[in-house]
Design a protein around this ligand. Structure first.
Ligand code: IMO
Ligand code: MG
Length: 415
């Protein structure tokens, strides 16, 4: 299950809705840059590192090797979940191969962004980039290392290296307090099982236990295929499931792609269908488009079919889930970009050059102009919404199997 746009597609809610069908929910990439919102029984919850199946009693939740973990954020998250539902150490396991985000990784992220000035990426500043750099640079510390007698020594060595790098920047910082919390969180984390998650996940698959891989971010933020350099530092696409959990491509079954009925992006970078007018404001207001992790207002615009088709192609999406259809309730006209214009040429595929130079070519749809929030049956949808869905299915070649009509767990139409 993955996001097909620039993140914030509603992955948290979808996992929560789908989990009754899955015993195991595993995160395969990203880290606390993610903010997955769940809402049930009037309560809201935002998860950053813990898989979104955690609130289902009979689920096993695995943080896979492809994930980067900040122990402080993870323990805070665990504490607030446990306040609500009691101990969860029986249903949360962590890969020994997952990388640790150090306090100095966060500082390096902040220093690097500050130095970029206007060309900053708009990172969540959780230390994601520097941690993945240490992973590929073969310097990282992993969860399994926590149990080693040399852990503190290795931590100090890496920290010292980072302090040397930080000295290159004109950047002031103090990690004393965060480091204290970090070391305490490392100790607390030891009450959870650190496992060889690739073995565990493959055993589940051998035993026909359904496993749901929960993506973070979205395809257009993928390190290889997103709008580089305005991307995150991991492979957010289905290929990331293989490397981030240790599953062979032939063992991946359904690929569930999630998209919003319109588009948003938070942080900098190309966004061809972005609206700078009243309509964009309206989408933000009705869609409550403010970051779950950083609180930043999200940039809003129309659905981008060029980008969506690109994501569907590379993920091998087998079914689509459309989120936040209800946000469009009061729009009399809805637009979808079906092509781009670039240097006088018309493009129907997502180009390397995608930037401010790209102009979307729109197709207009008549809005449904009524409230769909209470609808539970596809047949009861207004004809205009059915037309919109049919168009998306025709363009992408994928069925839209679920349509979300509100934030709550119950506000959903399953076909
Ligand atoms: P979920 O899982 C939306 C964006 C940041 C920034 C870029 C790089 O909730 O959909 P990073 O912190 O990874 O260095 O930031 O990626 N970004 C997200 N945008 N949703 C997310 O996660 C995101 N995670 C990172 O805003 O532009
Ligand atoms: Mg989010």
């Amino acid at each position: 299950m993955l996001g097909l746009q620039w993140g914030d597609e509603g992955k948290g809610k979808v996992v929560d809705v789908l989990t009754p069908g899955y015993k195991v929910i595993a995160r395969f990439q990203g880290g606390p840059n993610a903010g997955h919102s769940l809402k049930f029984g009037g309560d809201g919850f935002v998860l950053h590192t813990v898989p979104s199946g955690i609130f289902r009693e009979d689920s096993m939740n695995i943080i896979g090797n492809g994930v980067v973990i900040d122990p402080v954020i993870l323990m805070d998250e665990i504490r607030s979940i446990e306040e609500k539902i009691g101990p969860i150490s029986g249903r949360l396991q962590i890969s020994k191969r997952a990388q640790l985000i150090l306090p100095t990784h966060r500082m390096l992220d902040a220093a690097s962004e500050a130095a970029k000035g206007k060309s900053k990426i708009g990172s969540t500043l959780k230390g994601i980039g520097p941690t993945y750099m240490d992973k590929t640079g073969r310097n990282g510390l992993r969860v399994g290392d926590i149990l080693s007698p040399e852990f503190l020594q290795r931590y100090e060595a890496l920290k010292t290296k980072h302090l040397g790098m930080l000295a290159q920047y004109d950047f002031e910082f103090d990690i004393t307090e965060y480091e204290r919390k970090w070391l305490a969180a490392i100790e607390e984390l030891k009450r959870f099982d650190f496992i060889d998650s690739e073995i565990a996940v493959n055993r589940y698959i051998d035993d026909d236990v359904p496993v749901l891989a929960e993506g973070a971010q979205g395809s257009m933020l993928d390190i290889d295929f997103g709008t580089y350099p305005f991307v995150t530092s991991s492979n957010t696409m289905s290929a990331g499931v293989c490397t981030g959990l240790g599953i062979a491509p032939c063992r991946v079954g359904k690929v569930i792609g999630i998209f919003k009925a319109y588009c948003t992006r938070v942080g900098s970078g190309p966004f061809p269908t972005e609206l700078f007018d009243e309509t964009g404001e309206k989408l933000r207001r009705i869609g409550k488009e403010f970051g779950a992790t950083t609180g930043r207002p999200r940039r809003c615009g129309w659905l981008d079919m060029v980008a969506l088709k690109y994501a569907v192609m590379m993920n091998g999406v087998t079914e689509l889930i459309m989120m936040k259809a209800d946000v469009l309730n009061s729009f009399s006209t809805i637009k979808v970009a079906t092509a781009y214009e670039l240097d006088g040429r018309r493009l129907d595929h997502f180009p390397f050059e995608c930037g401010e130079n790209v102009t979307p070519v729109y197709r207009e749809f008549k809005g449904w102009d009524c409230d769909i929030c209470g609808v539970r049956d596809y047949d009861d949808f207004p004809a205009e919404l059915k037309d919109y869905i049919a168009f998306i299915e025709q363009e992408t070649g994928c069925p839209v199997s679920i349509i979300s009509t509100g934030a709550d767990r119950s506000e959903i139409v399953i076909r």
